[in-house]
Design a protein around this ligand. Structure first.
Ligand code: SF4
Length: 250
């Protein structure tokens, strides 16, 4: 339940919750659902319930055992702000993250309304980065919910980008990740949608990370934009400067 990650913008995943339910078009081809069902078929005890929401209380304190600084994506196999995750469970996860100042934790949700509603009941340590997923312009309200939270670092995961975004409200946003959908049912992403977001980030001086073009064979489409990679991100918890860090091998 802690695994090294192939995701370009993180180092590893920590999943004290698994399973989820779909909330918007961005969920249509959910990778976590495919993976959970696959692991269930393989007999993994953690996925005995497949993609049904499951709490793993015994894993909440796991990051305390990792001594080396790590960049950790929280709940890659679920959504920490899912309505069935009790507030006390979320508070406990935040408390553990606060006790690990050497790690950087990246939390991503599509349930921005719940995030907004309970944000003041959580303890926001500087090493907790909070993000919302924004797949197209119909869910821009998630960004307005995010900026109401006292998170020290706020980010957007614009992935899978399945439609033009238009004007992104970037006030109070530190980092934007953009990526196309990958896998057998990948929906197309237009280059001009990516370029528009890149330009807006440059103008607003927001860190920009281009993850992938996606498609059925993402290994063939790669992650070059204008002939180069964009791997910017805010400074990690254990870094003092604002340098760009390259986490992936690409
Ligand atoms: S919120 Fe995330 S984990 Fe949950 S169904 Fe949607 S894409 Fe999958």
């Amino acid at each position: 339940m802690a695994t090294n990650s192939k995701i370009e913008w993180t180092q590893m995943t920590w999943n004290p919750v698994t399973g989820c339910t779909k909330v918007s078009q961005g969920c249509k081809n959910c990778y976590a659902e495919r993976m959970a069902k696959r692991l269930q078929r393989m007999g993994s005890a953690r996925y005995a319930h497949g993609f049904t929401l499951t709490l793993h209380s015994d894993l909440v304190e796991l990051p305390l055992r990792w001594k080396q600084p790590r960049v950790i994506f929280v709940n890659s196999m679920s959504d920490l702000f899912h309505e069935e995750v009790p507030l006390q469970f979320i508070q406990r996860a935040f408390e553990v993250m606060g006790r690990c100042p050497h790690h950087t934790f990246q939390i991503l949700t599509k349930r921005s309304e719940r995030l907004r509603d309970i944000a003041l009941q959580l303890t926001w340590a500087p090493n907790i980065w909070m993000g919302v997923s924004v797949e197209d312009s119909s869910v821009l309200s998630r960004i307005y919910d995010l900026v109401l939270t006292p998170a020290h670092v706020r980010f957007l995961s614009v992935e899978p980008l399945i439609g033009p975004i238009g004007n992104l409200p970037l006030n109070g946003i530190d980092w934007v990740i953009v990526g196309g959908e990958s896998g057998p049912r990948a929906r197309p992403m237009e280059q001009e949608w990516v370029e528009s977001i890149h330009e807006q980030c440059e103008q607003a001086r927001v860190h920009f990370f281009f993850k992938q073009w996606g498609g059925k064979r993402k290994d063939l489409t790669g992650r070059l934009l204008h002939g180069r990679t964009y791997d910017e991100m805010p400074p990690l918890a254990h870094q003092s400067g604002g340098q760009t860090l390259k986490l992936c091998g690409a």
